[in-house]
Structure formats: structure tokens, C-alpha cells
Design a protein around this ligand. Structure first.
Ligand code: GLN
Ligand code: ZN
Length: 758
């Protein structure tokens, strides 16, 4: 009997009910009881959907008000001192929970960071606080709640102890010692789950798809040997987002009843599995359907793979599921109406994945005849797609015709910068911003009216122009040197370009949780990418016409657009990146022709797209840099190309940054200059750098002296002629009340430095 398992389900609600309930609660308009009842209703609906789809193992404890890593930290009472004293065993209050997530009165929130290579962000547990203790009964309660609804299918999901420790920070002792603190707590929890009737528990250890030291692997063996010894449910040790690679032997030898593998993200697991099988008596969790992408699986091919797997491990040892939790997908394709049925027929969101899973299990169980109808329909779908408008010949022809010269600017940086200096005539320590300005309630309201047709195109365009006029005047008044238009017309930067580029669709309800209550709607790349018409040229040219000072054109780079979209799966990502690069190149060239002297091509997501294993980095960086260079290399030496990246760990990728060959790069640098600056000096990076002089994520208004001091230090390391002066990132999430005084101080700091070198 081939069983099916799901590993996690989107928790934001089909209509983002959780977002609204949580935000109502935060604003004081809703009570904790209302929030709890909305949450319970989402869980109920999710379980009903999974039950109706015939899934045999249905996850519970995969729900959260904010983040599952935060839940785990709270379960173990790991409340940092700054949120108030926490006594062992005491359940963490909702107030403290949200304070840890979002910051309290005087306490900064836990750090938030990317969950592996996804666009989901988790809160980083801190290990220098109270000794862990079991606080509250949340997990067992979640299990009982699920069990009442879905019966024996209910399977609790836990973040595994090793992954939890490895992803934390502020460790005060060895990993082994921190794990040792947690193991008795995990063991007791497992015993309680067994007593409550859980047959299986899913323990997530995604850190096993990363490079792990021998010591860490030994720790895995030790820890799971300890956990296995107690009274407990059977353990499905779940990995995802990559292959086990060299960790294979260790994982297969762990004393657990099941091992879950991601067979989609990376080819290694399937290869190893077919070659080596799995140890006798273990159950294989075969992650066969993509939990990270929205393309419907090729039914016939997937079934073929499953048949080979079943022949290798024995069908009785097989449970099939998605490659990872479905958290990374929107809820339901059937909510979409604005697109061709033919396009939508190729997409599969969480709900559709469940149906695919059931079909595959039926096919595996009953043979191909059992699903003959589904197989025929899927063949027809694939044939239609092959013949469809996904192909845009001009894109393919232009890419095929490119030679190396398209990927580099003819003049070296040293020559370009001289010509740019003559053209721009900027002072030393030129000041600028990263692009966006506060998106006030008024700005958001106007965009919403435009979207829903309550204002006409002409009214909207006039309004955007008015905002630009105002912003240009204010930037001039405080003495900024290089101006921006403010990006008032953009909601999410990737959605903005996705909505205009050919080959993309944007969904109406395709929301995916990014962090907490924040959701994004990644555009879907459904065909060859091309530029339908200029996208930003009119706006940038208008902004330039309002000032004598240089105006920066603002684009989002090809790698970032790719990494924040759902990408088609019938072309390599590298090829799709080049297609986007080509479309952007046309835009850059048009901006230049419209008289824009500086074009900034943002690549905030370049680093986060790095593969999870180092061995795979060079290939990624190679095509990522090529795509960027394709976008940036179509202009004359006099046109200055900037890029912006929202992070400061460059040591690892400095060669790739160098290879991007941008004239000016602005980067985040809010914590400390020193580490960052070293990356650039030790590698003799010759181009210009704007290390952010203040942190835009904090409402604090930094003083002139503080920023001048940062600049002095940066300039003593990098050299005064190499520096630009700018904030860390875009200003769209801040308010005018903080932004303008901060920028005035920033300009004053730059002037102070100019005075000193004069
Ligand atoms: N130009 C964008 C802005 O200022 C850059 C955003 C980003 O780096 N994430 O908002
Ligand atoms: Zn940024």
C-alpha cells in the first residue's frame, strides 16, 4: 500500500485571514480570542482540504501566528532577558511572543533572516538567555486538535533539535552542549505525543542538506540515538531543499523509522537513492512534487520515477509527498480568474499539489490503467503548452545571436570613471539615496484606487508626477547630489516589473507568506521573457526634466527578478535569467537615450540565491553575473551603472561582485564598517562604494557626527575618492518625520568630510 504524506500547509489562509486577524490584534481592534478563533478556523479548513484530498499523513503543529522557529524558541522558554524575566516552565504570553517577533517597548525584536534559500524569513533564536525548559502544551494541544478532526492521519511536525541549534545565534557553549540541553525536553515531548496517540512524528532537519562537519554529523548520530531510546512515536526524519550528498550514510544509519528526501530540488538524492536504496526496515518519504515551484508535475514522467523508486525500495516502504512543506506556495489556483484557462491549467498551488499526490499514489497502487484518464489529460496539457505562446521567437533569436561583446562594456572602469566624472561633475563624497521614499498611507491609497479603477490613468499619472515634483524639490532643498524619483508607482519591485514584462503573469490571490503577517505575490514566469514596451523611461525622464542635477534611473536586476518569481521549469534558470537580462538591457539603453546619466540596477537577492552547498556556488555566480552584465553593458562609458545590495557579507562572493563590473555599488553596512570594508580592501576592489551610513530599519535619527565618523573610517580604509554617501537601503518603510532629518544629517556629514579634504 503506497501512502501519501504532506509536510506542512500554507497558514496565512485562502484569503489571508490570518494576516488580517493578526494585524487587527496588533492594532488593538481585535481581541486575542478573535485571533484564536480565526486561527482555529484556518487550521480546520486546511485539515478538511487535506482530508478530502485523501492524504494519509496530515501535518499538525505546522501552523503559527508568526513563525515556527519563534514558536519553537517559545516552547523551550528561550525568551531573551530584554523582554522581561521568564521563569522556567511558564508559557510565553502572546504579548511577549509578538514582542519577540516585532520588538517591544524598549526591546529590539529577534533578528529575522532568510530560511535557507527561500523567501520566507524566520526569527533567529538566541542561545544566551534562560536555560531551556518546556513551556506550555502547545504541541500536544495541536496534535489533539488535529486528531479530533482527521483521526490517525494527524502527524505533529517539529523543528529538529540540531537544525534549531544550528540556525540560532549567540551560542554560549558548544553546539553539542546546547543540543544536550534540549534533548531531554524533546524526549519528554515525544513521550507525551506518544501517550496522546501519535503514531508518527515528523522531525524536520533541513540542515542535513548543507555542508556539515564530521563533528556535526557525529552529533546527529548521538542525538538521534538518545531520542530513539525513549518512549515515542515513530520518527520520520524529514530533510528538504537539497540533497544529502556526503551526509547520506550518516542519515541512513540514524535509528529512526523513516527518512524523508527532497527528490526535486537537486538531482543528487534520486541518483543516490536509485543506486543505493535505503536500509531494510526504513520507510522512505519520497518528496516527489515540487513544494517550491508552481508548475504542475508532468504526471507520466513523475509516475515513471516513482515506479523506479518503488522497484528499488519496495512499494510497502514508500510514502510519497511534496519535496518540502507547501508553505512556499499560494493556496489555490482556482481562485484566479484573470488569466487564460490554458495558462492556469499548467499551475499547481498547494491545493492542487494534494490532488496530484493522490493521483500519483493511485497510479502507483493500481497501475497506469487506474489513472488512464488523468494521464491522457496531462499529455494533452503538455502538448498544448509545447505549442503555446510560451515561445517568443525574437527573444530566442536575439539570445542565440549574442557574442561576448554583449557581456562587457568596451572601456575599462578606469577610463569610464574619468568620463563619468567629467559628465556628472559631482563633489567628493557624493550623496544619494537608494531609490524609494516613504510610501505613506496616501501613496498606498492612491495606488489601490488606481488598481481598482477608481481613478483614471490620466489622474493617476498626474498624481505620480506631483509626487515626483515634490520629491525632487525636497531633495534639492536639502542638498542631495544625485536624485531619485521615489518609486511611488511601485508596490513590490519585482511585481512591478513582472506586471509589465512579457512572459510573466501576476496573480490576484497568489499570496505567499514572507514573514509574520507579510505576504508577497511572486509573479509567475510562464514563457519567454521580453519587453513589451519601455517600463520606466517616461517616469525617469519626467523626473530628470524637473532638475539640473543627475537623476538615477531605477531598475530591479535580472537575478533578483528571477529569485523572487516562480520560474518556469522547462528551461534552465540560467537561461531565464539571460532572457530577463536582455529585456532589462533594452530598458537601460532607452534610459540612456532619454538623457538619464546614471542607472541603478538593484540586485538585493543575488546573494540569497546562492545554492546551499558551496560546491554549487561557482556555476550559479557565473550565470548570475552574466545575466547582470548583459543587462548593464549596452551603454556608453559616460553612463554610470550603479547596483544596490541589501547585505554586507561580501567576503565569499567578492570576485563575483567584482565581475559585475558596476561603476558604483551601494551596500548595507549598518552594524560595523570594519568587516565589510576588509572584504573590499583585501581584494583590492577598485570601483566606487557607498557603504550605507545609517540603518533604515530603525526609526532612530542618526547624528551628523556619527555618520561623519563612519565616513572617516571608511575613507581611511577605502580612500576618499572611492566613496559615495547613502543610507543602507530604500526608505519606503520609513516615515517622512525620520527620513528628512536623517538625510539632512547625512548631507551635513558628507560636507564635513569634503571640508576636511579640501
Ligand atoms: N531601489 C529599491 C528601493 O529603494 C531597492 C530595494 C531593495 O534593495 N530591496 O526600495
Ligand atoms: Zn536594499
Amino acid at each position: 500500500m503506497v501512502a501519501t504524506q504532506n509536510l506542512g500547509y500554507p497558514r496565512i489562509g485562502k484569503r489571508r485571514e490570518l494576516k488580517r486577524a493578526v494585524e487587527r490584534y496588533w492594532s488593538g481592534k481585535g481581541t486575542a480570542e478573535e485571533l484564536a478563533s480565526v486561527a482555529a478556523e484556518i487550521r480546520r479548513a486546511n485539515w478538511a482540504t487535506q482530508l478530502a484530498a485523501g492524504i494519509d499523513r496530515i501535518p499538525c503543529n505546522d501552523f503559527t501566528y508568526y513563525d515556527h522557529m519563534l514558536d519553537t524558541a517559545c516552547l523551550w522558554g528561550m525568551v531573551p532577558q530584554r523582554f522581561g524575566a521568564h521563569s522556567p516552565g511558564e508559557p510565553v504570553s502572546l504579548e511577549t511572543y509578538f514582542a519577540m517577533a516585532r520588538g517591544g517597548k524598549d526591546a529590539v525584536a529577534l533578528e529575522m533572516t532568510k530560511w535557507f534559500d527561500t523567501n520566507y524569513h524566520y526569527l533567529v533564536p538566541e542561545f544566551d538567555g534562560p536555560q531551556p525548559s518546556r513551556c506550555g502544551t502547545a504541541v500536544v494541544d495541536a496534535f489533539k486538535e488535529a486528531r479530533a478532526q482527521v483521526g490517525a492521519a494527524a502527524t505533529p511536525v517539529l523543528v529538529g533539535p540540531l537544525t534549531f541549534v544550528l540556525l540560532g545565534k549567540r551560542h554560549t557553549k558548544s553546539f553539542a552542549a546546547h543540543v544536550a540541553d534540549l534533548l531531554p525536553l524533546y524526549a519528554a515531548l515525544l513521550a507525551d505525543l506518544a501517550a496522546a496517540g501519535a503514531e508518527w512524528v515528523q522531525i524536520d532537519e533541513p540542515c542535513l542538506v548543507q555542508d556539515r562537519s564530521a563533528d556535526e554529523l557525529a552529533l546527529y548520530t548521538q542525538a538521534y540515538t538518545t531520542l530513539a531510546a525513549g518512549s515515542r512515536p515513530k520518527i520520520m526524519l524529514q530533510t528538504y531543499f537539497g540533497s544529502l550528498g556526503p551526509n547520506w550514510d550518516t542519515v541512513m544509519a540514524l535509528p529512526v523509522e523513516g527518512v524523508g528526501l527532497d527528490l526535486v530540488r537537486h538531482p543528487g538524492n534520486l541518483r543516490d537513492l536509485l543506486e543505493r536504496g535505503i536500509p531494510a526496515g526504513k520507510l522512505l518519504g519520497a518528496g516527489i512534487l515540487n513544494g517550491r515551484g508552481v508548475w504542475r508535475a508532468d504526471l507520466e514522467a513523475t509516475l515513471g520515477t516513482l515506479e523506479r523508486i518503488a522497484a528499488t525500495v519496495g512499494p510497502e516502504n514508500l510514502v510519497i509527498g511534496p519535496s518540502c512543506s507547501l508553505l512556499y506556495l499560494p493556496h489555490d489556483v482556482n481562485l484566479e480568474s484573470g488569466h487564460d484557462a490554458e495558462v492556469l491549467a499548467n499551475l499547481s498551488f498547494a491545493e492542487q499539489r494534494l490532488a496530484e499526490l493522490r493521483t500519483l499514489a493511485n497510479g502507483l497502487q493500481g497501475g497506469r490503467e487506474a489513472i488512464a484518464g488523468e494521464l491522457a489529460a496531462d499529455r494533452a496539457r503538455l502538448a498544448a503548452r509545447a505549442a503555446s505562446a510560451a515561445h517568443h521567437l525574437p527573444t530566442q533569436q536575439r539570445l542565440a545571436a549574442l557574442d561576448d561583446s554583449a557581456f562587457s562594456r568596451p572601456e575599462p572602469f578606469s577610463e569610464r570613471i574619468e568620463r563619468q566624472n567629467v559628465r556628472l561633475g559631482l563633489p567628493a563624497f557624493p550623496t544619494t539615496t537608494i531609490g524609494s521614499f516613504p510610501q505613506s498611507a496616501e501613496v498606498r491609497a492612491m495606488r489601490a484606487k488606481y488598481r481598482t479603477g477608481k481613478v483614471t490613468q490620466a489622474e493617476y499619472d498626474d498624481w505620480v508626477k506631483g509626487r515626483i515634483d515634490d520629491l525632487v524639490a525636497r531633495q534639492e532643498a536639502i542638498g542631495l547630489d544625485v536624485l531619485v524619483h521615489g518609486e511611488f508607482e511601485r508596490t513590490d519591485m519585482v511585481e512591478y516589473f513582472g506586471a509589465q514584462l512579457g512572459g510573466f503573469i501576476v496573480t490576484e490571490h497568489g499570496w505567499v507568506q514572507s514573514y509574520g503577517s507579510r505576504c508577497v505575490r511572486p509573479p509567475v514566469i510562464v514563457g519567454d521573457v521580453y519587453r513589451v514596451a519601455p517600463m520606466t523611461v517616461e517616469t525617469s525622464a519626467y523626473a530628470q526634466s524637473r532638475t539640473q542635477r543627475p537623476m538615477k534611473g531605477m531598475l530591479t536586476g535580472p537575478v533578483t527578478i528571477l529569485n523572487w518569481s516562480f520560474v518556469r521549469e522547462d528551461l534552465p534558470r540560467s537561461e531565464v535569467a539571460l532572457q530577463i537580462g536582455l529585456a532589462l538591457r533594452d530598458e537601460v539603453v532607452d534610459l540612456e537615450a532619454a538623457g538619464i546619466p546614471i542607472v541603478q540596477i538593484d540586485e538585493p537577492a543575488l546573494r540569497e540565491g546562492l545554492p546551499l552547498r558551496r560546491a554549487d556556488w561557482p556555476e550559479y555566480l557565473d550565470w548570475a553575473v552574466r545575466a547582470f552584465r548583459l543587462a548593464a553593458s549596452g551603454v556608453r562609458a559616460e553612463t554610470q551603472i550603479h547596483s544596490h545590495m541589501c547585505y554586507s557579507e561580501f567576503n565569499d562572493i567578492i570576485d563575483a561582485i567584482d565581475a559585475m563590473d558596476v561603476d558604483v555599488i551601494s551596500i548595507e553596512n549598518s552594524r560595523s564598517n570594519d568587516e565589510l570594508l576588509q572584504a573590499f580592501t583585501q581584494n583590492r576592489y577598485e570601483r566606487l562604494i557607498g557603504p550605507g551610513v545609517y540603518d533604515v530599519h530603525s526609526p532612530r535619527i542618526p547624528s551628523v557626527e556619527e555618520m561623519a565618523e563612519r565616513l572617516r573610517r571608511a575613507s581611511s580604509v577605502l580612500g576618499a575618492t572611492h566613496l559615495w554617501v547613502n543610507p543602507d537601503c530604500g526608505l519606503k518603510t520609513r516615515g517622512d518625520a525620520e527620513v528628512w532629518p536623517s538625510l539632512e544629517h547625512m548631507v551635513a556629514a558628507a560636507r564635513e568630510l569634503r571640508g576636511a579634504i579640501a
